[in-house]
Structure formats: structure tokens, C-alpha cells
Write a protein that binds this ligand. Structure first.
Ligand code: F6R
Length: 242
């Protein structure tokens, strides 16, 4: 596990951008696993800038998103599909046929989970998986207690996650209670993983990951079992790690 400590959110985004650009340029037909949320927004902004400068192209990139809310349509501003489209895909030269965000309005959600798995496999697996972390240690929407053997599945969101994510919605009642998420094993099958962590609200989760044992109670702790993980975290995120 390589741990890179940076000053603040901007420095984290900058370092993450260099990391991703290097992989996208080096890997022939890169397959990316992407995350939503506040953490990668600065990275996506910088990737767009690099694309505009001609320093990176997404023409050969395939991407798979980690998760999507159940019940939100692609055009819903709170859907993760919409997030990805407006924060990254619309601004770079990626082919929309090459991106896959789980469909949270599929008639058969189990089938949709299976199709996400099948598509990842058909693409040859994920080369670089980008992750954020929840204050409770979740990765994707895999809440504490999720088996390490899980594949893409429908999950019930924890109260704390619903509360944390309600900042994007008009009211907490509008936050979906379920999501489709890549499973822990799906994530662990990626060839390389980049975890970004910023802010004091994540400090406890990062400390548990770095100093605690590998346990399903802290989903991110599984990353210690992966051969190629880089963590880029800022000073505030490290404040509880000792
Ligand atoms: C998002 C995802 C989540 C977030 C995590 C942190 O696709 O899978 O695990 O990475 O909830 O969210 P932010 O970055 O908003 O603090």
C-alpha cells in the first residue's frame, strides 16, 4: 500500500489527476472504475482541464461506475449517471457507449447487477478503480458488515449514509434508501486501486483502515489485502491516524 500525504483537498485532487493521467496515457484501452461524491469532483475538474490542454484523451477509455441509487432515473439531477455526465463525460472525448453506470430503474435489479458484472468481465476487468470512503468506512455503497465475497448487489443504505448524502437533496425524505453497488470482491478484483480521502469527517475511517484490523465491520480495511493500492489523503484526513 502506498500512502501519499498531501496538504489539502486541492493538493489531493492535483496528485490524483497526475496519477490518473499517467495510467490513462500508459494503458492501452484503459478500463476505469469511477466514483461519485464530493471527493473526486476536484479530480474530474482537473481531468477536464488536462483534456482541453490535449494532455489526455478518453477515446479509448471504458468506464464502470461503482454505484447508483435505486429509483432515480438517468436524468434525475441526483442520479449518479447525471453526476458523471455533467461533471466529466460531457466535457471530454469519452464515447458514451463505453461508459456504464448501474441502472437504478431497471425492472429487474438482480439482473442489472449481473449485467454490470458481466460487462466488467467482458471489458477484461478494471485496470484502475477510483474510490472515496464513507465516514463509516464504506466503499462503494458497501456498508459495514457487507461480506468481503460480495459482487454487484442491491444494498439498503445506512441511516448515517442517507443523512450524509441528504446534503445533495431538497429533503432527507427524497434520499433513496437503496442503491446498486459493486461488491467488495468486485472492487478487489481491480488490478489497481486509488483511494482518495479528504477532511476531518473521514479521519476516523482512515485511522481504522490504517491502524485497525481487516474486518467486514470496516469495509475499506479490505484494501490492505490488495496488492496494488495507493491512498492519497490530506492532512485533515490524517488527523486521527497518529
Ligand atoms: C460514490 C461512492 C461512495 C463515496 C463515499 C464518500 O460513488 O461509492 O462510497 O465515495 O460515500 O462520499 P463523498 O466523497 O461525497 O464524501
Amino acid at each position: 500500500m502506498e500512502i501519499i500525504k498531501v496538504k489539502d483537498y486541492d493538493a489531493m485532487s492535483e496528485a490524483a489527476c497526475s496519477f490518473m493521467v499517467e495510467r490513462i496515457n500508459r494503458i492501452d484501452h484503459p478500463v476505469l472504475g469511477l466514483a461519485t461524491g464530493s471527493t473526486p469532483e476536484g479530480l474530474y475538474k482537473r481531468l477536464i482541464e488536462k483534456y482541453k490542454l490535449g494532455e489526455v484523451s478518453f477515446k479509448n477509455v471504458k468506464s464502470f461506475n461503482l454505484d447508483e441509487y435505486v429509483g432515480l432515473d438517468k436524468n434525475d439531477p441526483n442520479s449518479y449517471y447525471y453526476f458523471m455526465k455533467t461533471k466529466l463525460f460531457d466535457h471530454v472525448d469519452i464515447f458514451m457507449d463505453n461508459v456504464r453506470v448501474p441502472n437504478g430503474t431497471a425492472d429487474d435489479l438482480q439482473q442489472e447487477c449481473q449485467e454490470h458484472e458481466n460487462a466488467i468481465r467482458a471489458a477484461g476487468g478494471i485496470d484502475v478503480q477510483l474510490l472515496g470512503i464513507g465516514a463509516n468506512g464504506h466503499i462503494g455503497f458497501n456498508e459495514p458488515g457487507t461480506p468481503f465475497t460480495s459482487r454487484t448487489h442491491v444494498v439498503d443504505l445506512e441511516e448515517s449514509t442517507i443523512k450524509a448524502n441528504s446534503r445533495f437533496f431538497n429533503s432527507i425524505e427524497e434520499v433513496p434508501t437503496q442503491a446498486i453497488s459493486m461488491g467488495i470482491e468486485t472492487i478487489m478484483n481491480s488490478k489497481e486501486i486509488l483511494l482518495l480521502v479528504s477532511g476531518e469527517s473521514k479521519a476516523e475511517a482512515l485511522a481504522k483502515l490504517l491502524n485497525g484490523e481487516v474486518t467486514e465491520e470496516v469495509p475499506a480495511s479490505v484494501l490492505k489485502n490488495h496488492p496494488k493500492v495507493t491512498i492519497i489523503a490530506d492532512e485533515a484526513a490524517f488527523s486521527a491516524a497518529g
